[in-house]
Ligand binder design. Structure first.
Ligand code: UD1
Ligand code: UDP
Length: 383
């Protein structure tokens, strides 16, 4: 009988937690694996929201977040802390997801110990190292040495092949975000009270069309954020809409948005929502305004038009399918595109079609099978 493989899953932020909990649930339920979990806690409150709702209790919590953290201190703290955990755990594989600082540091810590890395959501590329910044470089670093690349789509797989990643190390698995969305949707259906906390806002804005909004990208700090805030101010002059905006905990985001948007009757600046409540916000929204990566994947799955307030996207599938549109951060453009969707039923109908270019909800199981099938170097198998 073969020994179960020890998998150390490493993550630190809200989106990584959302996209990895389906895999952790699957690993825990599978006798082929021993599952260990390490969080850097690059995010604290927003990570804990996901851990609480998904019942994940990390074996290691590095608690690295500091207020207004810089990229270099965060990288150093995460790399050192994760390295110590890898030394203690001596896993067969380290799994990371996406493109944050924790992902790059976690992958490097494994590579420095010659432990193979499985990269979930591999191969996303905007082609521009400044958008998104620093994520485009983070994911390229991991892509340069990962042993197993779980690409969400064929487009992502092709990007890896163009970078000369060995074809047999690339597998199209779909994106685990669709597994996560299906899980949370089923949970809400069984227990509606999990997402009932928006009811007071839903009553306050009854009869208005809801615009759901998020914004947090580092490359948008400064002019970009100011353009986004100005656009929301103008959109909010309309009496037939209301904007619900759970504001990211990054102080750079909060300062701009609170200054620009506090006190407007039909703009609700609220605290970050836990995942069931955010799923509810997606559900009640007419359209989404966002610079988020994950929201660009979730909104198409639910048939919600999404205007992407960025200059580039590494998720062209939503744009190609017509549910997502890149609008940048210029206030005039954001307002014009939003009003077009609000006022032109044909333009709205053309974007509001549910489809799933990002996955079918079975990505986590595919990744488990890949992790079980990979050969492990003999010297590691004997440890
Ligand atoms: C990070 C990721 C980004 C990802 C985003 C998801 C990097 C460089 N950036 O961006 O790729 O899209 O998370 O949300 O990895 N803060 C809190 N509590 C929290 C979270 C953040 O107080 O739960 C505050 C802290 O002051 C922290 C700051 O926000 O220092 C910035 O957090 P950080 O993770 O460095 O960058 P993000 O902009 O959140
Ligand atoms: N999300 C959430 N609560 C919120 C805002 C977003 O649970 O208040 C979820 C959202 O459903 C998506 C993920 O967080 O799955 C996106 O995270 P974020 O936008 O912070 O990061 P990105 O995806 O841009 O890396």
């Amino acid at each position: 009988m073969t020994q179960p493989r020890k998998i150390l899953t490493v993550f630190g932020t809200r989106p990584e937690a959302i996209k990895l909990f389906p895999l952790i649930h699957a690993l825990e339920a599978d006798s082929r694996f021993v599952s260990r979990v390490c969080v850097s806690a690059q995010h604290r409150g927003m990570l804990d929201q996901v851990l609480a709702i998904t019942g994940i209790a990390p074996h290691h919590d590095l608690d690295v977040m500091t207020p207004g953290q810089t990229l270099d201190t965060l990288t150093a703290r995460a790399l050192t802390g994760i390295g110590e955990v890898v030394d203690r755990e001596r896993p067969d594989w380290v799994v990371v997801q996406g493109d944050t600082t924790t992902v790059m540091a976690g992958a490097l810590a494994a590579y420095y110990r010659q432990i193979p890395v499985c990269h979930v959501e591999a191969g996303l590329r905007s082609g521009d190292i400044h958008h998104p910044w620093p994520e485009e470089v983070n994911r390229k670093v991991v892509g340069s040495f990962a042993a197993l690349h779980c690409a969400p789509t064929e487009t992502a797989a092709a990007a890896l092949r163009r970078e000369n990643v060995a074809a047999d190390a690339i597998h199209v698995t779909g994106n685990t975000v669709i597994d996560a969305l299906q899980w949370v949707t089923a949970r809400i259906a069984a227990q509606p009270e999990l997402a009932a906390g928006l009811a007071p806002l839903e009553q306050r804005f009854a009869g208005k069309r809801i615009i759901g909004m998020t914004s947090h990208r580092r490359e948008n700090f400064g002019d970009g954020m100011r353009g986004i805030a100005e656009a929301v101010r103008r959109i909010a002059r309309r009496e037939d809409v209301a904007v619900i905006f759970p504001v990211h905990l990054n102080p750079n985001v909060r300062a701009v948005m609170e200054t620009a948007l506090t006190g407007l009757d039909n703009v609700a600046l609220i605290e970050p929502l836990d995942y069931p409540h955010f799923a509810r916000l997606l559900d009640i929204s007419t359209l989404m305004l966002t610079d988020s990566g994950g929201v660009q994947e979730e909104a198409p799955a639910l048939g919600k038009p999404v205007l992407v307030m960025r200059e580039t996207t590494e998720r062209p599938e939503g744009v190609a399918a017509g549910t997502a549109k890149l609008v940048g951060t210029n206030a005039d453009t954001i307002v014009a595109e939003t009003e077009r969707l609000l006022d032109d039923p044909h333009a709205y109908a053309a974007m509001a079609r549910a489809h799933n270019p990002f996955g079918d909800g079975h990505s986590a199981l595919r990744i488990c099978d890949l992790l079980a099938e990979q050969s492990v170097p003999v010297e590691r198998a004997l440890l």
